[in-house]
Design a protein around this ligand. Structure first.
Ligand SMILES: NC(=O)c1ccc[n+]([C@@H]2O[C@H](COP(=O)([O-])OP(=O)(O)OC[C@H]3O[C@@H](n4cnc5c(N)ncnc54)[C@H](OP(=O)(O)O)[C@@H]3O)[C@@H](O)[C@H]2O)c1
Length: 308
């Protein structure tokens, strides 16, 4: 199958492209100027140069393809550079759907996220809008809703390695965020991170699974851990123990109000809000349906890459 991948040069996209090749598919990647060296196995992929805002480039990537995977997404906006949730999650996805319909590319896979909703943060709302736009088309769609995704980022950005670099290696204690006035339950919000290889397997296998059409898959790993445990596991993977200290969320909010438009500030208010909501789901049935017998758990063995 010839498969157009938009967002194929990022952390998750690289694994999807590899998995496509493993399964004998022919990936066609939309590649932005300056990202050419981020293509995994460029000698085995077709490349369509351009940005998602450029309809001709998207058309080039989609024409003659049998399917498209819309995997573009951002966690943080930089409106002064035109990098917004609206542009990349909604407008880019809608244009790609229109072009897919015009070019006769029937199969459309969309990378969304766990816990998206019409009244969530800007990230969650716009991901949800793209899902709804896709469901309203005549395309044969499948939506993926992953929790946090972990695995060797191979030069791109990934949360466990980022936490190792910014929090575990810092001389300051790790923050256990809490809401309200008292630090009861500080750092107890829960996550079920999914390994990037398992996610890529589900995405690629769903391309040829007839019963994946019209389905929305929640994608979480087999182990659910509290934030404090996440810190302990990442530190443990690096052979360290990390002191932790309760931090009231309002304090971070105050600082983020001033700084979250700057790339150097590590977390935005929305990211913090999503962290505190937790990020869990049960994907046992999805893994069974796709023959993934031993999905990778978030533990010290699987996190050895954080120090690399
Ligand atoms: N990582 C997670 O924990 C997580 C959790 C839930 C859902 N997701 C979703 O999974 C998807 C992949 O995430 P990721 O972590 O792999 O992100 P990533 O590493 O930042 O990759 C993002 C991809 O989108 C491309 N892109 C960004 N702006 C573009 C534009 N204007 N035109 C064309 N391409 C553009 C990037 O291209 P360049 O290489 O040129 O930058 C890259 O290929 C996203 O939809 C994200 O929302 C991620």
């Amino acid at each position: 199958m010839r498969v157009a991948v938009l967002g194929g040069t990022g952390f998750v996209g690289g694994y999807i492209v590899e998995k496509l090749l493993e399964h004998g598919h022919e990936p066609v990647l939309l590649v932005r100027r300056g990202s050419e060296d981020r293509v995994a196995q460029p000698e085995r992929c077709w490349l369509a140069p351009g940005d998602v805002g450029d309809d001709d480039a998207v058309r080039d990537a989609l024409k003659d393809s049998d399917a498209v995977i819309y995997n573009i997404g951002i966690i943080r906006e930089f409106p002064q550079d035109g990098v917004t949730f609206q542009a990349l999650h909604v407008d880019g996805a809608r244009h790609t759907m229109d072009i897919a319909e015009a070019e006769g590319v029937k199969r459309f896979l969309l990378m969304s996220a766990n816990a998206v909703s019409a009244d969530g943060t800007g990230y969650q709302r716009t991901k949800y809008m793209a899902e709804e736009a896709l469901r309203a088309t005549n395309l044969e769609w499948t939506v993926f809703r992953p929790s946090l995704i972990f695995g060797d980022p191979r030069g791109r950005s990934e949360f466990a390695k980022q936490l190792y670099r910014d929090v575990i290696r810092s001389p300051l204690p790790a923050p256990l965020f809490y809401e309200g006035l008292l630090p009861v339950n500080a750092g107890s919000f829960r996550m079920s991170p999914i390994h990037v290889q398992d996610l890529a397997s589900v995405v690629v296998k769903s391309l040829t699974a007839a019963d994946a059409v019209g389905r929305t898959y929640p994608l979480c790993g087999p182990r659910t851990v509290e934030w404090r445990e996440i810190i302990r596991i990442i530190a443990g993977a690096a052979g360290l123990t990390k002191p932790m200290v309760p931090v009231p969320v309002w304090a971070v909010h105050v600082v983020a109000t001033f700084f979250d438009q700057f790339a150097f500030f590590p977390v935005t208010r929305d990211q913090l809000a999503m962290l505190l909501q937790g990020n869990t789901c049960d994907s046992t049935e999805v893994f069974e349906a796709f023959g993934i017998e031993a999905p990778v758990a978030f533990d010290e063995d699987a996190l050895q890459y954080v120090t690399l």
